[in-house]
Design a protein around this ligand. Structure first.
Ligand SMILES: Cc1cc2nc3c(=O)[nH]c(=O)nc-3n(C[C@H](O)[C@H](O)[C@H](O)COP(=O)(O)OP(=O)(O)OC[C@H]3O[C@@H](n4cnc5c(N)ncnc54)[C@H](O)[C@@H]3O)c2cc1C
Length: 416
């Protein structure tokens, strides 16, 4: 059997890990020019691995498989060094957050760190490359493919099955496929819009020591659900370039540490018919923010964000994002009011549990946007499967790895 995988990210790795000794000929098409080239993804920046049934995707992945996959990733480091923690293992913290209306999310986490991910990817790639059944084709940005008599035709070559594993950065290919086969789309209505928040470490020291990654959800007075995401103790804020717009993100390193902690505060916007373009909606807001900031991102103090005033000076908290990448401004000129109100409600309530979190000079960066891919139907065409984030079922390294792994398991079973 000869199959193709488009994209070499977490889902493709989970898939290949399962299929590598099954005697199946696997061709991997990856748009980057080699294994080191960057694409925006957590297996190239940050690398936090979570074991949780409450986050990571809309997929049932049992906790044992999640932990096995964490061990797989850790086994590819050179000396097994990772930071680890459990969120809300301490019932006192759980109760404190719960009593103030927050929904604490339970998870175990393992942090590889940006600096270690290169060697992890290199070690995985070296092993797969030496397997005679696995063939890598770099520099192949697949823009489309055809399905003909049950086979998928990619770059003129025939494959019995194609596994599309292009993550979110491959949204153009997915969009192109959807324009030819709209019946693949099961659901397309959600987007997470918000900010990256940065505070001095000492404000969240206890929390960081206790659990490193604190994840909570909160139903705000606007009715929107707001959540924290991707906490980076002693971390750095960075920008992400999507080609036609820039957003903010954060990461942390195993060795180099800053004085600040950053995390995302995201509002989930779920709209109904006739709305069907969450990526378009999010992109427009991102572009509007960039437009105001001269193609950069906006930085504002919390009190100005809350009171809709342009920030002109900072006070005690100094940004970890280099000055060349932001403009001091007013996020309110780009964000819908309901989103700003939801975030303010969240921060002000969080301050009752974590005093100082709503300090007027804490920093707000915008836009931070998390796109949900459309949820796609994997049972529609036998030769075309979507795995990982582009399928709409996953949003994390471990869930994407698991999705690839589970789909490979099905392939092997059906091929016997
Ligand atoms: C900056 C950042 C940090 C993150 N940090 C974390 C984290 O710490 N922990 C966590 O659990 N999750 C994190 N995530 C999310 C996580 O990276 C994803 O959920 C996960 O990598 C999804 O795996 P995937 O295989 O679906 O896609 P990816 O890992 O993104 O892989 C997709 C691959 O497909 C390639 N590709 C795209 N389009 C094409 C095309 N047309 N032709 C050929 N190749 C193509 C890309 O170059 C890429 O290599 C982060 C995401 C980002 C953007």
């Amino acid at each position: 059997m000869k199959i193709a995988i488009i994209g070499f990210g977490a889902a493709a790795i989970g898939f290949i890990e399962k299929v590598k000794d099954a005697g199946i000929e696997v061709h991997v098409f990856e748009k980057s020019k080699d294994i080191y080239s960057s694409s925006i993804s957590g297996i190239r920046a940050d690398g936090k691995l979570f074991v949780s049934s409450d986050m990571g995707g809309e997929l049932d992945v049992d906790l044992k498989l999640q932990k096995d996959l964490v061990d797989f990733w850790i086994s590819k480091t050179d000396n097994n060094s990772v930071e680890t923690g459990k969120s809300f293992a301490n019932p006192d913290y759980y109760k404190q957050f719960y009593s103030k209306g927050f929904m604490p999310i339970l998870s175990d986490f393992y942090h590889l760190g940006t600096d270690q991910l290169k060697e992890v990817l290199y070690n995985i790639f070296e092993e797969y490359k030496n397997n005679k059944n696995i063939h890598f084709h770099f520099n192949k940005n697949i823009k489309s493919f055809e399905v003909n008599n049950g086979d998928a035709i990619i770059e003129g070559e025939k494959f019995e099955k194609v596994y599309v594993a292009v993550g979110r950065s491959g949204h153009k290919l997915v969009k192109e496929l959807m324009s030819n086969y709209p019946e693949f789309v099961v659901d397309s209505s959600k987007v997470d819009l918000g900010i990256r928040y940065e505070v001095p470490n000492h404000i969240v020291d206890d929390l960081n020591r206790e659990m490193y990654e604190f994840k909570v959800k909160f139903k705000s007075k606007t009715g929107y659900m707001v959540r924290t995401f991707c906490n980076n103790p002693s971390g750095y804020v960075v920008t992400e370039n999507y080609g036609d717009f820039k957003t903010v993100n954060g990461h942390s390193k195993l060795k180099e540490k800053s004085q600040n902690t950053n995390f995302a505060i995201l509002t989930t916007v779920q709209l109904t018919e006739p709305f069907n373009d969450p990526i378009g909606y999010g992109s427009h807001i991102a572009k509007m923010s960039n437009l105001l900031a001269g193609d950069k991102v906006i930085l504002q103090t919390y009190s100005h964000f809350k009171n809709s005033k342009r920030t002109k000076n900072l006070y005690r908290v100094m940004p970890t994002l280099p000055e060349s990448q932001y403009i001091l401004g007013d996020v309110n000129l780009a964000f819908p009011r309901r989103i700003v109100e939801s975030i303010v409600d969240f921060v002000d309530n969080l301050d009752t549990v974590v005093p100082g979190i709503a300090n007027p000079d804490n920093l707000v960066y915008a836009p931070e946007i998390k796109f949900y891919s459309n949820t796609l139907n994997n049972d529609l065409v036998d030769s075309v499967k979507f795995i990982g984030d582009c399928s709409g079922y996953t949003r994390s390294i471990i869930y994407a790895t698991a999705h690839g792994y589970l789909e490979a398991e099905k392939l092997i079973e059906n091929n016997q």
